[in-house]
Design a protein. Structure first.
Length: 244
């Protein structure tokens, strides 16, 4: 589908962030990209960058945990009338707290943002892609998707749920032509968030000690381009310096 069709990325925040990097990369391949997130200002900046590079995009303000917002996003995609080539759920909200300091509101919020939203988004994307008989649906996970460590137990429970969702969807929709992937980001992404929130840690990682946005975007695109006889269901990414 390279060069024709549409893509959608939800969880687009800072211009130097994974969601924005994915959107810009997909647009560079010729797709019309729908970018979604909760901040109109951030979406407008990313849309401007895409346009400056000669790409096409539509910005939709949407909360991934709100079913009506997600439905409105996919209504816009349907109205455009282009095949949906690739959809990425990139919402990654996190809070850290020891278990005895984690209240039900925090636990529920993390589950809604990291798991429920994935279900709402994935259901809409799968419906379109199943009718097409093709398409790629990617869920962005984290180290916590496979192992829980305090003080991130609530976050890990939510990410593990998202991983299970991706596995189930891969088995259900793979035979129908839909490539469902769960990625594990096992490291720190070199973006505005990391450099703004823990710059001292970033400075200790040195050259290539962080995950490069452009490299991740290229890898996501490579997943989309895989032949159906050799599909990847889960893939982990980490800098070569990262211990594991």
């Amino acid at each position: 589908m390279s060069g024709f069709g549409s893509a959608v990325v939800i969880g687009v925040g800072p211009e130097r962030g994974l969601g924005a990097a994915l959107a810009k990369h997909f647009a560079a391949q010729g797709l019309h990209v729908f970018i979604a997130g909760r901040s109109a200002g951030k979406l407008e900046l990313v849309a401007e960058k895409i346009a400056q590079a000669g790409g096409r995009s539509s910005a939709v303000v949407a909360d991934a945990t709100c079913e009506t917002d997600v439905e409105r996003l996919f209504d816009a995609i349907r109205e455009r009338g282009l095949p949906l080539a690739i959809a990425v759920y990139n919402v990654d909200s996190n809070n850290c707290a020891p278990l005895l300091e984690t209240d039900s509101d925090m636990f529920s919020r993390l589950w809604r943002q990291n798991c429920l939203g994935g279900f709402l988004f994935g259901k809409q994307a799968a419906a379109i892609m199943q009718s097409q008989g093709r398409g790629t649906l990617i869920f962005t996970g984290a180290t916590a998707s496979t192992r829980a460590r305090p003080p991130f137990t609530a976050f890990a429970a939510a990410k593990a749920g998202l991983r299970a969702l991706a596995q189930g969807m891969a088995r259900e929709f793979g035979p129908k032509g839909v490539h469902v992937v769960h990625t594990i980001i096992d490291g720190v992404i070199d973006g505005d968030r990391a450099r703004g929130q823990f710059s001292r840690y970033v400075s200790t990682k040195g050259d290539d000690g962080l995950l490069k946005l452009e490299a991740l975007a290229e890898s996501y695109w490579a997943l989309h381009r895989q032949h159906p006889s050799a599909w990847t269901q889960e893939l982990d990414f980490r800098p070569f310096k990262e211990p594991f």
